[in-house]
Design a binder for this molecule. Structure first.
Ligand code: GLN
Length: 285
């Protein structure tokens, strides 16, 4: 038998030895999950039953092999809501919360109370579900190519008690774009890593679906294709909002300009990186 305190320190040290920067935080999350307590260290001297110890050490082992903490826990938080995550979906990132802020600001400033919104490349559904939570009268569509990810979107909509429309389709196909029209807002955090990025991924990221990461040789395939294909699905003066990678803002802005979008506005994420763009569709004559 071992006490919680001793086991905790053993786990942190195992992670430290294996170069996990967030060893204390990760160990705490695992303890919280396994003991189902908010503060498992409030009882440091309590003995840990052998079976629990084994489960914990096994999780720590996988974590030290680079497996993402979020997948180990099976859930993660985004914009204050809980989302189920698994290897079929990209792990929701805090950077993406900037996109949510952008859309809420657009809706607030323009008094859009029941906007029709499409979230393209929806993944876990974190954007679509969060927008529906924040704008309850919105009509939200989540479009996602992966059948397995679609299952996760369904789970996440249910978990958060919202009803959204889920479409299992390829956003890069014209017929998919044609199936939605009169949209006020298109929001999209597409795969945007370059071939070079894919070849030099951080260990954790190699466990995420490559289909959710790879954006073509220069990382910009989705911006080029979606901007062109989905333009028609937007109302005149409707908005498009993209997330992109560090340093891609100029290229994404140019793609929008070329496709007759105006008011091209960039935002920075919490790390001060230019992370999103919003733009409006020029009226078609
Ligand atoms: N929309 C999801 C997210 O922002 C998934 C994005 C993706 O798979 N590229 O987390």
């Amino acid at each position: 038998m071992v006490s919680r305190d001793v086991l905790f320190r053993e786990c942190v040290s195992l992670m430290d030895k294996n170069g996990i920067d967030s060893s204390y935080f990760d160990t705490l999350c695992i303890f919280q999950d396994i003991f189902n307590e908010r503060n498992p260290l409030f009882r440091p001297l309590e003995n840990v039953p052998d079976d629990k110890r084994e489960i914990i050490l096994n999780l720590v082992k996988r974590r030290t092999d680079g497996y993402p903490l979020q997948y180990l826990l099976g859930q993660w938080e985004f914009y204050g809501y809980t989302f189920r995550v698994n290897e079929n979906v990209l792990i929701p990132r805090p950077d993406t919360e900037t996109l949510i802020e952008n859309i809420l600001e657009i809706c607030g400033k323009n008094n859009l109370k029941s906007p029709k919104i499409a979230d393209l490349c929806s993944g876990s559904g974190c954007i679509a579900v969060t927008l529906k939570k924040q704008i309850p009268d919105a009509e939200v569509y989540a479009v996602e190519i992966s059948e397995k990810a679609v299952e996760t979107i369904k789970e996440n909509a249910e978990l958060n008690n919202v009803v959204i429309h889920i479409i299992n389709a390829d956003v890069l196909k014209q017929e998919t774009a044609l199936s939605l029209s009169g949209l006020d807002i298109i929001v999209c955090n597409p795969p945007y890593l370059t071939q070079y990025d894919m070849d030099t991924l951080q260990k954790e990221v190699t466990f995420e679906p490559s289909i959710a990461l790879f954006g073509g040789d220069d990382g910009l395939d989705f911006y080029r294709k979606i901007t062109l294909l989905w333009r028609k699905s937007l109302k005149n003066n409707g908005w498009i909002a993209y997330e992109f990678g560090d340093g891609q803002h100029d290229d994404v802005g140019k793609i929008l300009g070329k496709n007759n979008f105006y008011n091209i506005t960039f935002s920075r994420d919490t790390q001060n990186i230019i992370r999103t763009v919003t733009a409006r569709k020029q009226e078609e004559l």
